[in-house]
Design a protein around this ligand. Structure first.
Ligand SMILES: *Cc1c(COP(=O)(O)O)cnc(C)c1O
Length: 349
């Protein structure tokens, strides 16, 4: 039974009671005209990075918010999605007591974070067509299930989850639904961030690591109600997004036209690669992709993985994942890289 949503019933008591650390840069930001900063024990000589960064990353959030059509108060930034996801665990899941639900085969970090935080993970396998098994999810969840993780488009399968199934979960689950949209920019589907107002129990995560081409700077994004963002803000390390990351991310987000062009090129290449893979004998199945990678089923994943490695091409063997026996995951590269991959595949016996 769905009860009336109240975030205060989900947040851990120690987090609710916490008085956050107040940093020197919370109140005053460098760059404000004519101010002298003697509050944070920094070295005053200019290196470009001698001052602490903006703990709230205001400029970057404004710019991101403009592109995504989301107010800054609904955004939290972290040191990669990994930090964002960890903050969500720590805000809502009581170690040794609460549990979460994940839908394998999926992104491995949810399980790792559950273990780190001592939270039970109630796994519910995807159906054979890699969609959420909604009936089974509701069989497994209980009053201590705080989070359900939906990865859409899903890694490693590459597909989007059906809107209908996600709605069923959002409408009937009493905890928080986290939709990991690391690959959403490659899909034709609309992001769930546009449904935040309708669903107070929805958290959406995105990242600059994939479509935005900035894996090395570590920038993860969380979109949620202002109430949820405030809770996560309380427990994040004060300066969790460094100055260099904020600068590079801002430059990239402002140059959204280049990002979109690269995404379009990657999608063209993905579709070319998909067609070329159809011609390889030992590839038994090529799964449809809404992301920048393609999952394939082959005759012998270990053999094909090792053969490609010998030719200097590194792909991901997913054969140990449930429902993924003898599968390999291929990231779409440049036209030249994909050509090399195809030549290697064609040369294999
Ligand atoms: C790659 C990936 C991420 C990105 O994580 P970052 O820490 O932001 O680099 C998140 N979720 C999924 C499903 C991914 O595949």
């Amino acid at each position: 039974m769905k009860t009336k949503f109240n975030i205060n019933n989900l947040v851990r008591k120690n987090v609710a009671d916490l008085k956050p650390y107040s940093s020197a840069r919370d109140e005053f930001k460098q760059g404000d005209s004519n101010m002298v900063f003697m509050d944070a024990n920094e070295n005053p000589f200019e290196t470009g990075v001698n001052r602490y960064p903006d703990p709230q990353q205001r400029e970057l959030k404004e710019q991101l918010g403009e592109i995504k059509g989301i107010p800054a108060e609904n955004i939290l930034l972290g040191n990669g999605s990994d930090e964002v996801l960890d903050l969500i665990f720590r805000a809502f899941c009581e170690p040794g007591k609460d549990n979460i639900t994940t839908l394998p085969p999926t992104y491995g970090m949810y399980q790792v974070l559950a273990e780190i935080n001592n939270i039970e993970n109630r796994e519910v396998l995807l159906t054979d067509d890699f969609q959420p098994n909604v009936a089974e999810i509701f069989n497994k969840v209980d009053d201590n299930t705080k989070l359900i993780f939906l990865c859409s488009p899903n890694n490693p399968t590459g597909n989007l989850f059906s809107e209908e199934k996600i709605l069923e979960i959002l409408n009937n689950f009493n905890g928080l639904v986290v939709i990991d949209e690391a690959y959403i920019d490659f899909s034709e589907s609309e992001s769930w961030i546009n449904k935040l107002e309708k669903f107070p129990n929805l958290i959406v995560t995105q990242t600059l690591s994939k479509a935005y081409g900035m894996a090395a700077i570590r920038l993860g994004i969380c979109y949620a109600s202002a109430e949820i963002i405030q809770i996560l803000n309380k427990i994040k390390p004060p300066y969790n997004v460094n100055e260099l990351t904020q600068k590079r991310a801002l430059e990239r987000v402002i140059d959204i036209i280049s990002v979109k062009k690269e995404i379009a090129d990657i999608l063209t290449e993905r579709n070319k690669l998909f067609k070329a893979l159809l011609e390889v004998d030992f590839i038994e199945k090529i799964y449809n992709s809404d992301a920048n990678f393609i999952l394939i089923k082959v005759d012998n994943a270990k053999l094909r993985y090792d053969q490609l490695l010998k030719k200097g091409i590194v792909i991901r063997n997913r054969t140990t994942q449930p429902l993924c026996e003898n599968t390999l995951r291929l990231t779409v590269g440049t036209a030249e890289e994909n050509q090399k991959l195809m030549e290697a595949f064609q040369s294999l016996k």
